[in-house]
Design a protein around this ligand. Structure first.
Ligand SMILES: [Zn+2]
Length: 357
């Protein structure tokens, strides 16, 4: 996650416990309170033609999925926060007799009925990635900095619609990145990194921009007024960091065993001194004056996610034939190359397209 959550354990009772990266940015801006948005009861049923959706063939199971595909029951829960006593209306509008994909499309159409443009984007997101544009349940959570934060469900509609555009662009970029890597791998090598599907849990915070995002299980909490979620490139980076956390967890907290020795030795040597940590920091993101990669007191989890983000940033440029703006990460201290190789081997089939130092 980004900033605040970094100090919290992953397994928490609330969704938000794992705030996103970029600590410094969390809450750093004076963002006006968002307009009240939509956690209310399901919208009226859309016209039959748009809701029932055309027959879409059931896609083959994606072997690259973070989890199995979403079920219609998942969609009821994620899109409407539906409980047993709230599902009757949903099932009148979108009968359970429908096949999986048409029923999820129907539920998405219902959820976004009053905003055709957002509806189209949410449907496209589902069709391209299997991901759902849903709601975070209202909750009060630790903010990771000793305080509490109150989070409320919201939707990417009207003036917030642009977030769906940025998210779609990010997923399309991840697809190009992963396909590009695979094109350079021998047939036997496999990329273990998975980027979909995701349950987006949109929210806004009473503290404005904080937290920007967090990841837990297959869910990504996304603050529609997050201080970091302000452009296509910023959202691309934030989501990649969060999706990296999902992979780390999926692989049994991979970073704890694989990268902790390197991370811990660096922290032992440098403490929290910026000048000492700088050569080892995969990104320049700071939280409370400390490199975000080294703010995690519970281990190498944030170091791993920032290293993953650096790997992605360098490779997407190389795959596009563009020069790297700064010295490659692996060309820093020996620890950097060691961590780079461990990461590439475990998650990206061993691919390293960055030229030798
Ligand atoms: Zn993180």
């Amino acid at each position: 996650m980004r900033p605040a959550g970094a100090l919290l354990p992953l397994l928490v009772t609330s969704f938000a416990a794992a705030c996103g990266l970029f600590a410094a940015a969390c809450g750093a801006r004076d963002i006006p309170p968002p307009p009240p948005a939509p956690a209310q009861a399901p919208a009226p049923a859309p016209p039959v033609a748009s809701a029932a959706a055309t027959a879409v063939p059931e896609p083959l199971p994606d072997p690259g999925a973070l989890e199995p595909p979403a079920t219609p029951e998942d969609a009821e829960r994620v899109l409407f926060l539906a409980t047993d006593n709230r599902t009757d209306r949903l099932r009148e509008a979108c009968p359970v007799t429908q096949e999986r994909v048409p029923r999820i499309r129907c539920l998405l159409s219902l959820r976004y009925a009053e905003d055709p443009e957002s509806r189209k984007l949410a449907l496209t997101l589902f069709e391209e990635t299997g991901s759902l544009a849903g709601l975070l349940p209202e909750e009060t959570s630790d903010d990771g900095r000793g305080g509490k934060v109150h989070l409320l469900p919201a939707r990417p509609i009207a003036q917030n619609r642009e977030h769906l555009v940025w998210i779609l662009d990010a997923f399309r970029d991840y697809e190009r990145f992963l396909r590009g890597l695979e094109a350079h791998l021998p047939a036997a090598a496999k990329v273990a990194f998975r980027d979909r599907p995701i349950y987006f849990r949109f929210f806004y915070s009473e503290k404005g921009g904080h937290p920007s995002a967090f990841a837990i299980q297959r869910n990504i909490g996304y603050n529609l007024f997050g201080a970091l979620n302000v452009s296509d490139s910023a959202v691309r980076d934030t989501l990649f960091h969060e999706i990296f956390h999902l992979n780390d967890s999926r692989l049994g907290d991979w970073s704890k065993a694989a990268l902790a020795p390197i991370h811990d030795a660096i922290v032992l040597r440098c403490g929290r001194r910026t000048a000492c940590l700088a050569p080892y920091a995969p990104t320049d993101t700071l939280m409370n004056g400390v490199f975000y990669a080294f703010t995690d007191t519970t281990g190498a989890r944030e170091y791993a996610a920032e290293l993953g983000l650096r790997y992605y940033r360098e490779h997407r440029l190389i795959l596009e034939g563009k020069p790297l703006p700064i010295k490659p990460f692996k060309c820093g201290p020996p620890e950097n190359l060691a961590a780079w190789r461990i990461l590439a081997d475990a998650l990206f089939g061993g691919a390293d397209l960055v030229p030798p130092c």
